[in-house]
Write a protein that binds this ligand. Structure first.
Ligand SMILES: [Zn+2]
Length: 154
């Protein structure tokens, strides 16, 4: 815990990190470095879009293994590694904005899950999926009939 406090006070802006870990006591250096890595990429992306990260509400940040299982996350979910975040996005505003500016995701080597699979939130991760796509269908994704139209818009 001491390390965590030291680490975040070195950050230019620690509110994202605090909210990301949401009260979890984190002493894992790799986890903290990963989250900082994610944060810096998000800063680059959202600054280019004139959005302050602090104005975005985190609906899912860090998940420990138990929490991840309880929400049905993939066992290797990047949320358990500090490398992915979900932002509140009820009208897919963020998803659409990021797809319209997909070059920002590409430049920062980030990826989002396809909006058809993230109704209500926007999942952004700091590493590319195996497909190397900046907009991808999550591993657990199954195509539902009413989502097929959305899929072909990209
Ligand atoms: Zn997510």
């Amino acid at each position: 815990m001491t390390f965590f406090i030291q680490k975040i006070t070195n950050m230019e802006n620690n509110i994202f990190i605090e909210n990301y870990f949401n009260g979890h006591s984190i002493t894992d250096n790799t986890l903290l470095n990963n989250c900082e890595f994610l944060y810096k990429k998000l800063q680059h992306i959202f600054a280019s879009l004139n959005i302050n990260i602090q104005d975005l509400k985190i609906t899912s940040g860090y998940r420990n293994k138990q929490h991840n299982q309880s929400v049905g996350g993939a066992s290797n979910s990047l949320h358990t590694k500090g490398l992915a975040v979900d932002f509140y996005d009820p009208n897919s505003f963020l998803d659409k904005l990021l797809i319209d500016n997909v070059e920002l995701l590409h430049k920062n080597q980030c990826a989002i899950e396809h909006p058809a699979y993230t109704k209500g939130w926007c999942h952004i991760q700091a590493v590319l999926p195996k497909s190397q796509k900046n907009v991808f269908i999550p591993y657990n994704g199954t195509i539902k009939a009413n989502q097929k139209d959305d899929l072909f818009k990209i």
